[in-house]
Design a protein around this ligand. Sequence first.
Ligand SMILES: [Zn+2]
Length: 184
Amino acid sequence: MDALWHDGWYRFARHFPSPNFGERPSNTDIDLVVIHSISLPPGQYGGGHIQQLFTNQLDWDTHPYFESIRDQKVSAHFLIERTGALWQFVSCHDRAWHAGASSYCGHDKVLRTNCNDFSIGIELEGVPGETFTDAQYESLASLNAALSHAYKALDFVGHEDIAPGRKDDPGSGFDWPRLKREIG
Ligand SMILES: [Zn+2]
């Protein structure tokens, strides 16, 4: 496990530490992976704005859309760009700020709220309703294999599943059967 992880940081991601995180509640079992999609501005790829947003370095004045998210303090543990490039912003030991108001009912049928407490957030660069790249799925598959090595009972959901009506990512273009095949 040490070959893949150091203090909750994945060895094969580019580390870009964000100040937007907190402690998880004590004795939290991490058992959920939340898949998201994001692009900044929406529909534009590769500009580095997501990394800037997650580290509070986005210049809000450089695009009209950014005004609508001004001063938001958010993060995710991971981001996978269209190229497959993998970034990590928050240690998996800590609580990233990706899901917001949310609830999840697992195999034990117990409803839990505040999914950030017990989940790992992965953002895929993309637009809800559109498809993702092969490079992203390949990167996601390696990451999920490493996560499954560290956390034994992970379930995988979309942000739209834990915040229905409020969120629509990753959307219908995300290939859940492919994810399930690749994580076995
Ligand atoms: Zn989301």
